[in-house]
Design a protein around this ligand. Sequence first.
Ligand code: G3H
Ligand code: ZN
Length: 283
Amino acid sequence: PLVSMNEFLPKAKEKKFAVGQFNMNNLEFAQAIVEAAMELNSPFIYGVSEGALKYMGIEFTVAIAEAAAKKSGLPIALHLDHGSSFEVAMACIRAGFSSVMFDGSHYPLEENIRLTREIVKAAHAMGVSVEGELGTIGGVEDDLSVDEADATLAKPEEAIRFYEETGVDALAIAVGTAHGMYSGEPNIRFDIIEEVASKVPVPIVLHGGSGVPDEAIRKAIQCGVGKINVNTENQVAATQTIREVLSKDEKVIDPRKYLGPARDAMIEVVKAKIKLFGSENQA
Ligand code: G3H
Ligand code: ZN
């Protein structure tokens, strides 16, 4: 069965590794992610954005994740990514999600705390874990778009208060990463990660994990990051592979001829991330 993130996040924080949240966009993503995790015996999180949920349909999403859990025997959480409301979070939980994120980062602090707390209360009653967000993460993900200039870093004092008043299981804070690829290198505020992580018992979540240099990822984990989200790198690997296959042979019409290689490319991306995050053999 699918598990709550509390099955592995406390251990991740204690042993200083991070569990990857790999976004599911279709069947091939789901297969590539679980295949990589099986090869390396790693726990992981399927992240599903509201856009991906609309695309796949909630029933297919849950069925695919449950099939992956059954086939692999690994601790897998099915997690709503950047949930926008209590209603969406509850619909996901009712359908079988084992974890949800509520992203109230665009609300004033008090409102974000109030809304997140309501979701935590309802989710915890059903054994479902919750991630909250503070500060705004730049870049574009699906319908969510934040101008880099408007991205604001999380304030440590506020993040600590947010944790204490909401009781979230994982805390996403804006520390300089962005959704999508980077034109240069991200300027990550390790000091903010360290300060908040040392004062709250739950791990910090790093969004925008694609394109972050390996060294910065290792350092972030040492500072207290226990969950890292990756989506764009898999999208890039899949799409580049499909472009290559199609441009080499105009006669290809069987989708398996390009989706199969795309899936193989994603397996390599996920395996590299699992090794980098240190979650290998932690299932
Ligand atoms: O919530 C999802 C992630 O933050 C993905 O970010 O597409 O930059 O890897 P990414
Ligand atoms: Zn994100």
